[in-house]
Design a protein around this ligand. Structure first.
Ligand SMILES: Cc1ncc(COP(=O)(O)O)c(C=O)c1O
Length: 698
């Protein structure tokens, strides 16, 4: 493959999150199109003149780029002829908060890079500061912020002059601390010193003089100091790109990798030996444009604690959320107000199967919002017929009735079934019965909680509507026994979600469908959580090869943008509704319909059901192999898994949150794992690794 092609394929901005606001971390890289070792300005270059292999360098750089582009937004600068070291963007300057302290290179050989970088920063809108024209300063290669941003460690003695340090004072609100580099092999500070996001530092002590070591030891407590061996230092272990909990670096020893993993870091090794020939590795190839030094405040100006306090003060306490305050999201990832990144393993109870803020759904939503959002059903709108047709073509059901929340759609199905019972089946007036299952979850309206078997869901909310019978889930004999001539419907979740991802015995649904047909009872399946790809098929009932009479959908019908739900059925059932029988001001509005159409298209085009089947089978097998004294069983279908524990799930969910994985307990002892279906295999592995680690801890 030619180098040009590689760049064409991957060289543009890759990460999808927050391109607009620039709040997320942005990195500057330069493709090694012109990379070469053709002068000697550090000991690494000696003996390597003309010996670099550009094709190989390109492949290694591309891999680094691709790894980083999953973690941050990566922007590129084109290299200029005669500047082979431009690939080492870290040396171009030090950027933070719209200001860049531009480098003035020590060696003549690199000085032609300066105008190219200056132009780039000016065009990008940076305030460019010339640190010290007469005194060399080699940018981020020699200047590194501590994790909390209060301290700027700056190297001198090999490249950057100590005089230039004064010019950095006052540029940002950080104390400048000078470190004397005494080993010519570690000629830039970032080759021997790496402040990490957990407040620790990874460094090679022999590269510093005694006074500098004393200063490092004064600032970092012993448990915060990760001393790197000479062998690892020579592999450029300290030349690491640390983004939140991930450390990306050249290949290192197993011992060091283990040390970092034990501290909770995800270590990604990318072979970069082609760049070692010029004295650089991962960190040298990357410049941070917006270091993730975070103010600790959201864009609204409030801290996470403030926001939690406001919510607790002014909001009803009908939930017990994990204390993570999410500010933005993309795909399978979310970011909190402090800029920490988490893998979302709940996907808003399967409402974001398509991933957070899916661009195609967002586009549809914005375009429709600019045209018309709400007409009410008093008038017709252009989008409703198209959604109804899309639903028909996708599911085969002749008719649909759109609503908003899931509970409303369930209510709609219950009303349809009762009226069908009276009008079509001929049950006496006000005598219809509907069979439901123990441990069901269909929403929170009075009628729905009235037939819940969870005492808390009902307590204090009665009296409830009559006409419901409860049978154990999965028990076909109990269902058979409960059917009477007045029974108009059997309402069931194909897999019980809130109950803890309970999969019924093999053949249960098929037999239930047969019984319903035999007794002229409508089979209503609630696919609000199980549907639209979650279990590895478009609908969970398809695993049993049945055709229910009524299907209820919600959640992912909008990809998480907007509450959209619907009841799908035949003309015979939905035909019972006459004008005035039922309705909702927002049900079927054009914005909802445009969003739902885009959301369905994503499910089909991105083959989310197939992805769910494939990744779900992999994750289930992997978790079932896990040895943990806390785990009783692991079950599920598709990317909808539950880990049944013999201990409280909440503390483990909190431990997972602290490791960057968001899960929520359901009932006391179950952790549900249900990431957005767009999740990549590598991201899934990242999450599973953390889940395994937390569950295997004492
Ligand atoms: C199976 C099932 N039905 C109905 C609902 C209720 O949906 P909503 O919260 O949108 O009212 C849920 C929500 O979790 C559900 O899982």
């Amino acid at each position: 493959m030619s180098t040009e092609l590689l760049i064409e394929d991957h060289g543009t901005t890759a990460s999808e999150f927050d391109v607009e606001t620039g709040r997320a971390l942005t990195l500057l890289m330069c493709p090694p199109k012109l990379y070469d070792v053709h002068y000697v300005i550090n000991p690494w270059m000696r003996g390597n003149l003309g010996k670099s292999n550009r094709e190989r360098a390109m492949r290694q750089w591309q891999r680094l780029h691709d790894v980083l582009a999953r973690l941050a937004r990566v922007v590129l600068i084109e290299p200029v002829a005669g500047s082979p070291d431009m690939v080492f963007t870290a040396n171009a300057g030090l950027a933070r908060a719209g200001v860049v302290a531009l480098s003035s290179f020590f060696y003549r050989e690199r000085q032609d890079e300066e105008p190219a970088f200056r132009r780039w920063f000016e065009e990008a809108g940076y305030h460019v500061v010339d640190v010290a024209r007469a005194t060399p300063f080699e940018g981020e290669g020699d200047a590194l912020f501590s994790a909390d941003g209060t301290r700027l460690w700056v190297g001198f003695g090999t490249r950057t002059s100590v005089e230039s340090h004064a010019a950095l004072r006052g540029l940002w609100d950080a104390e400048v601390c000078s470190l004397h580099l005494v080993d010519e092999r570690f000629y830039h500070l970032d080759t021997c010193f790496a402040p990490l996001s957990d407040g620790s530092v990874m460094y090679f002590p022999e590269a510093f003089d005694a006074a500098s070591l004393a200063m490092i030891e004064q600032f970092y407590m012993p448990e915060q100091r990760i001393v790197v061996s000479e062998a690892d230092a020579l592999r450029f272990a300290c030349n690491a790109v640390n983004l939140d909990r991930t450390i990306v670096l050249n290949c290192i020893s197993d011992e060091l990798a283990m040390t970092l993993r034990e501290r909770g870091f995800d270590v990604v090794q990318v072979e970069l030996d082609e760049f070692l020939k010029a004295g650089g590795a991962a960190k040298c190839l990357v410049m941070r444009l917006t270091p993730e030094l975070h103010s600790g405040h959201s864009e609204s100006g409030f801290s996470a604690e403030d926001l939690i306090a406001i919510e607790d003060l002014h909001g009803a306490h009908n939930y017990h959320p994990l204390d993570v305050v999410i500010e933005q999201a993309s795909g399978a990832w979310v970011w909190d107000v402090e800029g920490r990144r988490y893998l979302d393993c709940l996907a808003a109870y399967s409402a974001v199967n398509q991933g957070h803020c899916h661009p195609a759904i967002l586009r549809a939503m914005v375009e429709q919002a600019q045209k018309v959002t709400l007409t009410s059903r008093a008038f017709r709108n252009e989008q409703l017929p198209l959604l109804l047709r899309d639903l028909h073509e996708l599911t085969g059901y002749a008719m649909a009735l759109p609503m908003n929340s899931g509970a409303e759609a369930v209510e709609t199905a219950l009303k349809a079934a009762r009226k069908w019972g009276e009008v079509v089946k001929g049950v006496a007036h006000d005598r219809t019965e509907i069979i439901v299952c123990a441990n069901n979850f269909h929403g929170r309206t009075i009628a729905i909680v009235g037939f819940s078997t969870d005492a808390q869901y009902r307590a204090g909310f009665g009296p409830f509507p009559a006409g419901f019978r409860n049978v154990p889930f999965g028990d076909i004999d109990a269902l058979r026994a409960a059917i009477t001539p007045q029974t108009c419907a059997f309402l069931v979740e194909p897999i019980q979600g809130e109950a803890g991802v309970i999969v019924p015995p093999e053949g249960y649904l098929r037999e239930a469908a047969r019984l319903c047909r035999e007794h002229n009872v409508l089979l209503i399946v609630d696919e609000i959580q199980s549907g639209l790809g979650r279990t590895g098929k478009l609908f969970a009932y398809q695993h049993d090869e049945i055709t229910p009479d009524v299907v209820i959908v919600g959640k992912a019908l909008s990809g998480g943008f907007y509450p959209v739900s619907a009841v799908l059925s035949s003309r015979e059932v939905l035909g019972v509704f006459q004008p005035g029988d039922h309705g909702s001001t927002f049900g079927g509005n054009p914005l909802a319909c445009a969003v739902a159409r885009a959301a369905l298209k994503v499910i089909v085009e991105e083959r989310l059901a197939e992805r769910s089947a494939e990744l779900g089978a992999y994750a289930l097998a992997r978790l079932q192999q896990m040895r943990s004294r806390h785990v009783v069983s692991v079950r599920g279908k598709g990317l909808w898994l539950a880990i049944e524990l013999n201990t409280a799930a909440r503390p483990l969910c909190e431990a997972l949150r602290d490791r960057g994985v968001l899960c929520k307990e359901t009932h006391e002892t179950v952790i549900r794992i249900a990431p957005p279906l767009v999740i990549g295999k590598e991201d899934l592995d990242w999450g599973l690794e953390r889940i395994e680690r937390v569950l295997q801890e004492d």
